[in-house]
Every structure is written in C-alpha cells, then in structure tokens.
Design a protein around this ligand. Structure first.
Ligand code: CU
Length: 69
C-alpha cells in the first residue's frame, strides 16, 4: 500500500531528511521517498496509517501538507 503526500515548504536536502525522519517514526511506515522538486513524499505502508497521522507528523516537523492520496 502506498500513499502520496503533497508538501509545501521544502527548500533543500535538509528539509527532505527532516521529513523522511518524521515519517519513518510512524508505526506502519515501511519506507519513505521524498521528491524535493516534485514537492511530494511517497510512503510505503506495512498496514493502514490514517492520513491525519501522516499529516500531523509533517506539520509537526514544520511543513504544510496540501494533499494525501
Ligand atoms: Cu531545507
């Protein structure tokens, strides 16, 4: 299962790492791939994780979530 998250506010590789770590800290997240230029993160999930949970982790890290699909 995969989800794509559209994120606003990433500007550099540090932001990418910050978001990767925030998402990897969530139970159920198997892997994370962040696309800086595409302003998105793709997460692979071991089991269902609520969109709200993904969103909260990113917002806590200081970025804005536009969309989860
Ligand atoms: Cu940055």
């Amino acid at each position: 299962m995969k989800k794509k998250i559209t994120i606003e506010g990433m500007t550099c590789g540090h932001c990418v790492m910050h978001i990767e770590e925030a998402l990897k800290g969530i139970c159920g997240v198997k892997s994370v791939k962040v696309d800086l230029e595409g302003k998105a993160a793709t997460v692979e999930l071991a089991h269902e994780v609520a969109d709200e949970k993904l969103k909260a982790a990113i917002e806590e890290a200081g970025y804005e979530v536009k969309h989860v699909e």
